[in-house]
Design a protein around this ligand. Structure first.
Ligand code: NI
Length: 396
């Protein structure tokens, strides 16, 4: 094991410049979700140089297949997302490779995820004889936009055809230093759903409320009753959030409006709780609005499922990371975070585990949060990330 680790680490160091150059090239030439055509061509070109078989199950993104030297029916997938955000970026630290494309920027680190997995591809092809079975390198498009490239790919049947037995993914994380990883078994990232509600009343003169159905009064009751969903309906040991982000009703002092609107988000860690909350919301709306002679429209838009880590695979990540980074390099998270990730879709079909790759440092100006215009990664994180990805599939 120690020899294997040393070999992998040396290879990661050897390919570090390649990863940095690749990451900077991608950073300079970002493409937004579902439009990653040049990025895909670039990745395919890089994989072909290594003699890796490539497939294109979706319009953008691609999957490389490495055939191991040891015959086995083992199939493990490693996933990177490749899309940029629709935004402008800033930052002195990125001046040499800042986006040359207006309205597109790699401010979520997917450039580093891609370069990191290409680095792992180099390590793995050089150690092909040691690999048991097949390794799928997934370069997934459109993590940032619904319905999510992860959903399309995991429902395309392509991965099922290969009989994927395990899938690993990572995300750079500015709150931790390079040379560290963080994860936990079970719920890791939340399921973010959104809702839109219109409460319909009957408008009229403010001085004659008895001739109207006042949607503002109904709105007040709905808001108050929604607060009882988490406190009275959801299991108190399950984290869940109902937040109303905007309310709109009325126009002036002396008019009772005809309708009131509210929008917001629901965060949970299971479909069961998301549907429970959705159904309670609807029951409240029905009772309040219809009980007073009004009506309602209710739209509940499902986002990504929650990222829930397979315990055995998470254990493998933690053990492998300890071997490479020591105990101090492994942060075992106590709580999940409420952001979402479309890696969750793979986990609906295959055992999967996800971890955060520490990428924040002041010297690299990479302490800024995800989606901040100055978001950056300390490129040293790719030394850790590529070695770990290779180590996860090469260790026994
Ligand atoms: Ni991201």
């Amino acid at each position: 094991m120690a020899d294997l680790r040393k070999t992998i680490e040396e290879k990661a160091k050897y390919h570090f410049d390649y990863m940095v150059q690749t990451r900077r090239y991608l950073h300079k030439n970002p493409e937004i979700s579902f439009k990653e055509f040049e990025t895909t061509d670039y990745i395919i070109h890089e994989l072909k140089k290594l003699g890796i078989e490539t497939h294109r199950p979706l319009e953008t993104g691609c999957v490389g297949v490495i055939e191991g030297g040891k015959t086995s029916d083992r199939v493990i997938a490693l996933r990177a997302d490749i899309d940029a955000l629709e935004m402008e970026e800033e930052g002195e630290a990125k001046i040499q490779f800042i986006s040359e494309r207006p309205g597109a920027a790699h401010c979520c680190g997917h450039d580093a995820h891609t370069a990191n997995l290409l680095g792992a591809a180099h390590i793995l092809t050089e150690m092909q004889d040691e690999i048991e079975g097949k390794i799928l390198l997934i370069f997934q498009p459109a993590e940032e936009s619904l319905p999510g490239g992860g959903r399309l790919l995991s429902e395309s049947g392509f991965l099922q055809e290969y009989g994927v037995q395990a899938i690993y993914g990572l995300h750079t994380n500015p709150t931790h230093k390079p040379g560290t990883i963080a994860t936990k078994p079970g719920p890791l990232m939340a399921r973010p759903d959104e809702f839109e509600i219109t409460i319909k009343g009957t408008g009229g003169h403010a001085a004659s409320p008895h001739l109207t159905v006042d949607p503002i009064v109904l709105l007040g009751q709905v808001i108050t009753q929604f607060q009882t969903i988490i406190s009275r309906s959801v299991d108190p040991t399950d984290p869940a959030v109902v937040t109303i982000g905007r309310v709109r009703a009325g126009s002036t002092y002396n008019v009772i409006p005809a309708k009131a609107e509210l929008i917001g988000t629901v965060r949970t860690f299971s479909q069961e709780n998301a549907y429970l909350i959705r159904d309670r919301m609807e029951a409240i709306l029905k009772g309040v609005a219809e009980g007073s002679g009004g009506g309602y429209e209710f739209e509940f838009n499902e986002g990504y499922p929650a990222v829930v880590n397979n315990a055995e695979l998470t254990d493998r990540i933690i053990k492998t990371a300890r071997t490479y980074l020591g105990d101090d390099g492994v942060i075992e998270l106590k709580k999940p975070i409420m952001a979402g990730e479309d890696f969750a879709f793979y986990q609906q079909h295959f055992p999967g585990a996800f971890f955060f790759l520490g990428s924040g440092s002041e010297e690299a100006d990479s302490q800024w949060s995800w989606h901040h215009p100055r978001y950056n990664v300390d490129e040293k994180c790719m030394l850790t990330g590529s070695a770990l990805m290779a180590g996860l599939v090469l260790g026994e």
